[in-house]
Design a protein around this ligand. Structure first.
Ligand SMILES: NC(=O)c1ccc[n+]([C@@H]2O[C@H](COP(=O)([O-])OP(=O)(O)OC[C@H]3O[C@@H](n4cnc5c(N)ncnc54)[C@H](O)[C@@H]3O)[C@@H](O)[C@H]2O)c1
Length: 258
């Protein structure tokens, strides 16, 4: 067997594909032959990413909807025969929430985290799994966060919603394995999705702050969107046929597991 990822003939849905990790994942899946349905809450983001992929000669279609809306998800996915589902959409792009200490947070803020990170993957799996079961092949990958494994101050509800999504994905792995469908989590450390990163002034203070910031990472940098995209693409491929129910850290060694 060659180490070659070929997803020709497969259709992949990437939620939150209009920016950051989802954008990089959409492009990478398309570059290995998948037809990518680029979802986003913001239609213009989905349009731009799909257009960019097509410009490179690969296949993509925008498919905007809100992953928190059960009916909208089902309407959008109907008849699309999604073989590979990437549950990537997360809060970061849509909201103007502030990161409060939990005991100071207003009740309505919790719903925004739980809605997208926890119910989003459920809505999408519910809509996409019937086709996967019918054809006895599928891939489900949920993007979660080290905040859900490790705990982070001011991210308690976010972390809880990601931990819940990871647990959901493990349950789905057990339910659907008999249909040759795998389901895994990819858990991330800090990823440079808004251009924050190495463009730091060349002053001793700024460089010291940068060093401090990167200290938790064994590989001394934050991640780039292509880092998780590569893991997600591998897990989507036939090469990962016997890998399911797992959580894979892409985090530069922020956490070290046995
Ligand atoms: N960037 C990080 O440091 C980091 C760290 C750990 C985990 N993550 C997770 O990785 C995933 C991607 O993060 P990112 O940094 O690329 O985010 P991002 O904000 O750059 O992009 C997320 C995209 O998802 C879309 N989106 C948000 N809510 C949506 C909804 N309800 N329906 C459809 N689309 C929606 C946004 O419009 C946006 O385009 C998220 O699940 C996030 O929680 C990110």
């Amino acid at each position: 067997m060659n180490f070659e990822v070929d997803l020709s003939g497969r259709t992949a849905l990437v939620t939150g594909g209009g920016h950051g990790v989802g954008q990089a994942t959409s492009a990478m899946l398309a570059s290995v032959g998948a037809k990518v349905l680029v979802n986003d809450y913001y239609p213009d983001r989905a349009d731009q990413v799909a257009e960019c992929i097509r410009h490179d000669g690969d296949q993509a279609e925008p498919l905007p909807f809100d992953v928190t809306d059960f009916d909208a998800v089902h309407r959008a996915v109907e008849g699309r025969a999604v073989d590979i589902l990437i549950n990537n959409a997360g809060n970061a792009g849509t909201s103007d929430y502030t990161l409060n200490m939990f005991h100071e947070s207003p009740r309505h803020e919790w719903d925004r985290f739980v809605g997208v990170n926890f119910f989003g993957p459920m809505n999408c799996v519910h809509a996409c799994a019937p086709h996967m079961v019918e054809q006895s092949w599928g891939r489900i990958i949920t993007v979660v966060s080290d905040a859900g494994r490790w705990g982070e101050p001011r991210l308690a509800v976010y972390g809880a919603s990601k931990a819940g999504a990871a647990g959901f994905t493990r349950g789905i792995a057990r339910e659907l394995g008999r249909y040759t469908i795998t389901a895994n989590n990819v858990t991330l450390g800090s990823i440079n999705t808004f251009g924050q990163g190495d463009d730091i002034p060349d002053t001793p203070e700024a460089q010291r702050a940068k060093k401090e910031r990167y200290r938790p990472y064994i590989i001394r940098r934050i991640g780039q969107p292509d880092d998780p995209a590569a893991m997600i693409t591998f897990l989507s491929s036939p090469l990962a046929a016997w890998i399911t129910g797992q959580t894979f850290p892409v985090n530069g060694g922020y956490t070290v597991n046995q």
